[in-house]
Design a protein around this ligand. Structure first.
Ligand SMILES: Cc1ncc(COP(=O)(O)O)c(C=O)c1O
Length: 456
């Protein structure tokens, strides 16, 4: 518990309280998630009146050090933001899941690691492992994936340190300089980063509100002869579209006709209650399925599983990983295995889904009347802007007001993406702050458009 004190060189008393609190947080004397003593107790301890403490805590909140939760108290924030002098920016740009109150990751992460290390075979989690992943981890992954991809077996699994590392390794394995990769007209920016690094060409596939159009994919196959199609079949990033079952079948058929490989990047499927056939079931011989735990638990885990078309292909992928990250972090792979077997992973995914639903419902009422796409289970939305706004200019405008969002250009594969922005609902520390930020955003939309720079 924080022991209140004052930095007495501060200009004003209330600033002295905030400076002391900030110094204690940065020095680790109080830890993220800790509740501060009640305001009255702080006032008594310091011999100041209550309004001075209230002012101090408001300032601490403005600096991003603490967040107030109605009826519960004031808590030290996870990541104290620096004092930028212009109000604390609210991050609606990072697509991370909300951290549920229960199971509390701050408690179960250290507990899980401690109990692995003290278990009879715990020291194995501190050794080097095969680049495919340890047998126990591959077996757990197969059992977890089998609920969504029939036929997933341990010998086809490779454990990687996140989906992004898997994507890089897969492109290195399957493609060469100048090869063409088909992808949605807007897509996950991590693919664009890999393409730029490995000198691959991206060919945009037209989309509608249900995802990529099979006939557009076929046209790209005829015109550009892609080697591979990258797709995000569930709660697409950024458009939020989920490809319906019949379209999945058509995409698989087109891929087969043209001999195109598939990377099915499916981080959001565990958040959806409805089960749809995976491309890895419809065209298993062509498909590399990536299942990260970043969106249904925490990106800090850095664990993803790749389901390869067959066991030999999994070994080939592991050879690429051996030349880069070598292996996924064994201790976190073991923790993921534990969470799969004891049901924690399922509980985390359900808790994230429940919080996502609440946040989406707040967003839907604040944005009612606006043109946006969202999935009630997901943690982002895709807002089409009113005609007068350009996406990049609106994102700049929002940033000046302290709100970070991502314009369509960040996701664009085609030269003229829609004027839209992705708004992520997961990172705001609580629903109150999220609602405030979204209300502010919808207010900014009604303002006259401002150009980001003078044109002369
Ligand atoms: C479609 C998609 N793939 C991969 C990732 C990154 O996953 P990881 O944290 O496992 O690298 C994201 C994160 O936003 C994503 O949306």
């Amino acid at each position: 518990m924080w022991r209140p004190h004052l930095v007495d060189t501060a200009r004003l008393k209330y600033l002295g309280i905030v400076d002391a609190l900030e110094a204690d947080i940065r020095a680790g004397r109080v830890t993220p998630g800790e509740r501060l003593p009640p305001q009255r107790a702080i006032a008594e301890a310091l011999g100041v009146d209550l309004t001075t403490v209230t002012r101090a805590l408001n300032e601490a909140q403005r600096r991003g050090l603490v967040s107030a939760q109605v009826g519960r108290g004031t808590f030290v924030r996870d990541e104290p933001a620096g004092d930028e002098g212009g109000g604390t920016p609210l991050d609606l740009s990072m697509n991370i899941p909300p951290q549920p109150a229960e199971p509390d990751l701050r408690r179960i992460l250290p507990q899980g690691i401690a109990s692995i290390l003290t278990s009879p075979r715990g020291t194995l989690a501190m050794h080097y492992q095969e680049s495919t992943g340890a047998p126990a981890d591959r077996t757990a992954a197969a059992s977890w994936l089998a609920g969504r991809v029939a036929g997933a077996s341990a010998d086809r699994i490779v454990v990687t340190s996140g989906a992004q590392a898997a994507l890089f390794a897969l492109c290195a394995l399957l493609l060469g300089r100048g090869d063409v990769v088909a992808a949605g007209a807007v897509t996950y920016p991590g693919l664009k980063a890999v393409a730029a690094q490995q000198h691959l060409e991206l060919a945009p596939v037209a989309m509608d509100e249900q995802g990529i159009l099979p006939e557009a994919f076929e046209a790209v196959c005829r015109e550009r002869a892609p080697k591979l199609l990258y797709l995000i079949p569930s709660i697409d990033n950024p458009t939020t579209a989920t490809l319906p079952a019949d379209r999945r079948r058509e995409v698989a058929a087109v891929a087969r006709r043209h001999g195109v490989l598939l990377i099915e990047d499916d981080p959001y499927a565990p958040l959806r209650s409805e089960r749809l056939p995976a491309l890895a079931e419809l065209a298993p011989e062509l498909t590399w399925h990536i299942a990260t735990l970043s969106k249904c638990s925490t990106p800090a885990l850095r664990i993803a599983y790749v389901l390869a078309p067959n066991a030999a292909a999994a070994v080939r992928l592991a050879t690429v990983l051996r030349s880069s990250v070598l292996m996924a972090p064994p201790i976190f792979a073991a923790l993921a295995t534990r969470w799969i077997t004891d049901g924690t992973l399922t509980a985390l995914a359900s808790a994230i889904r429940a919080e996502n639903r609440q946040r989406q419902s707040s967003a839907a009422s604040i944005f009612s009347g606006l043109d946006f796409a969202a999935d009630p289970d997901g943690h982002h939305l895709w807002l089409h802007l009113p005609q007068r706004w350009r996406a990049a200019e609106f994102a700049d405008h929002a940033e000046r007001a302290g709100l970070a969002i991502v314009p369509a250009s960040a996701f664009a594969v085609s030269p003229h993406p829609a004027e839209a922005v992705r708004i992520s609902l997961g990172i705001a520390p609580d629903r109150g702050m999220l609602e405030e930020g979204l209300t502010q955003l919808s207010g900014l939309l009604t303002q006259p458009a401002v150009g980001s720079r003078a044109v002369v």
